[in-house]
Write a protein that binds this ligand. Sequence first.
Ligand code: F6P
Length: 539
Amino acid sequence: MIDSTAEWNALRAEADGQLAKTLRERFASNPGRASELSIEVDGLHGDLSKHLIESSTVEALVALANAAGLKDKIEAMYSGEHINSTEDRAVLHTALRLPKGSSLTVDGQDAAADVHAVLDHMASFSNDVRSGAWKGHTGERIKTVVNIGIGGSDLGPFMAYRALEAFRHESIECRFVSNVDGTHLHQALTGIDPASTLFIVASKTFTTLETLSNARSARAWLLDRLGGDEAAIAKHFVALSTNAEGVAAFGIDTANMFEFWDWVGGRYSMDAAIGLSVMIAIGAENFADMLAGFHSMDTHFRTAPLDQNLPAMLGLIGVLYRNFFDWPTHGVLPYCQLLDRFPAYLQQLDMESNGKQTTLDGKAVVYDTGAVVWGEPGTNGQHAFYQLIHQGTTPVPVDFIGFYEPDFPEVDHHDALIANLFAQAEALAMGKTGDEVRSEGVADELVAHKTFPGNRPSTMLMAPRLTPFVLGQLVSLYEHRTFTQGVIWGVNSFDQWGVELGKVLAKAIIPELEDGSIELAHDSSTNALIANYRAHHNR
Ligand code: F6P
C-alpha cells in the first residue's frame, strides 16, 4: 500500500517541517512566491502560494504521485482501460468532450463518434425546443422544462443551469426535481402549464426509486390535465439513460431517448446526455463552449508535468492535508452567487468517488481517504461559519473561486465582492498576532480573543468571467483532482457500493410502513420507529 513506500515516509518528514513554518515567514522570505506557486490553464489562474508548501514539498508530492503511478493511470483512463475494476468498466468522461472528428476506439466501438452522434441529436432537439418548432400535444411551444433525476442526474445539470443564468434562453425556464419527498415535485409543478411543459426523465440506470416515483407522478399529473390521451407522452416526455429497455418499459418512446454509456459515471455525466436541460437552456453553441472548457483542462491534466499540473497539485495538496496533517474537511467557497450549487455538486463528485475504505485489490485501507467536502458562496459564509475557519481548533483548507467580471453588471457590487474574497484569503493566511492586536490599544483580557492564528491555507482560482468554457474548466479540474487523490489512495473512484445498503433496506421498509400486519424483524429502534409511524396512520 502507498503508506509503506519510501515516498510516503519522505513526505511525512517533509510535512512535519512545513507545519512548523508560517505563511508569513514564507512570503517574507520569498517575494517571488506567488508567481512561483501559480499555475495558469487557458485563462484560469490557480494561486497555490497560500498553501503550506515549498518547492521541496512539491517535489515530495510529485514523488508520491510517481510512486502511485499517476501518469500511467491517467493514460489508462484516457485510453479506455477498464480502470473501474469492481464494475469492469472503462472510465471515459474525458471522451465526452473530445473535439468533433476525434476518434477513440473502446471495446471495439468509436466512443468519440458515438458521443458526437448523441450531441448532434441533442442539438437538433434543443434547437427545436428553443425555436418553438417542438410543440406539445395541444400545439403549444415549450416554456417549462422539468428535469427529473437525482444524484449525478440532477446535481450537475442543476448546478450548471444556475451557473450559466446569463446565457439562458429568455422564455424557457428549467426546474429540477430530485427528492422523493412529494413536496419537491409539488413545488416544481406549481404554477406551470402542462400543455407547455417538457419532462426530462434523467436516470443512467432507469431503476432509481426517487426518479421513477417522480416520473410516474409527473406522468399522471400531465395525463390528468391533458385529457388522458396517452399520445401526449411522446410530446412531453423524453429520457436520458443508458437503459433503453427500462425507458421503453416506462412508456417513453426510445426515439425520444438520448443515450449515454456505462463508461460514464453518474457523477461524471453532466456533459453527456444528462446535460440536455442545460443545452436547451443555453443552446448548443454555448454547450459546445462548455465542452471545450472541459477539454482544455483534460488536455492540461494529461500533458502538463505534475509539478505544473493544476488538478494533480490540488489533489496532492489535499492528500498532504488529509493524511499528514489530519485535517478532515475541505471547503469550497465561490465568490459568485451563480455557483451556489457548485459545492453540492462537488460533494457527490468527491465524496461518492473517494469515500472508500477498500483498496483496488480488496484490502482495508490503513490511512484516511476522502475528506468531507462542503461549502457555500461568499460573502454569505463569512457571516455564518467563517468564524470557525479563522479561529476554530482544526484548520480547514479551502478553495476560493472568483471572477474578474460579474455576469450581471447592472448592479455593480463587484469590487466589494472581490475585495472580500482577497481579504479572506489574506486574513486566513496571515492572521493577526497578539502584538498587533495589543498595538491597537485592545485591553489585555481581550487580546487572545481578537488574535488570529493565521497559517490557514487556501487555493485561489480566478477566471475572467463565469462563461460556459470556464465552467467546463472548473468541473474538469475537480474531476481530475478527485482522480488524483483516488490514485494516491489506491481506491476505485468510480464505483459507489456504499449507497446500496440503504436503498435495499428502504425497499424492504416501504411495504412494512404500508401494511401493519407485516411482522417486524429489525433492531428494536427501527421496529419502534416503524410501529410509531404505522400507529400515526392507523395501520
Ligand atoms: O445512489 C447513487 C447513485 O447511483 C449515483 O451514483 C447516481 O448519480 C444516482 O444514484 C442516480 O442514478 P441514476 O442516474 O441511475 O438514476
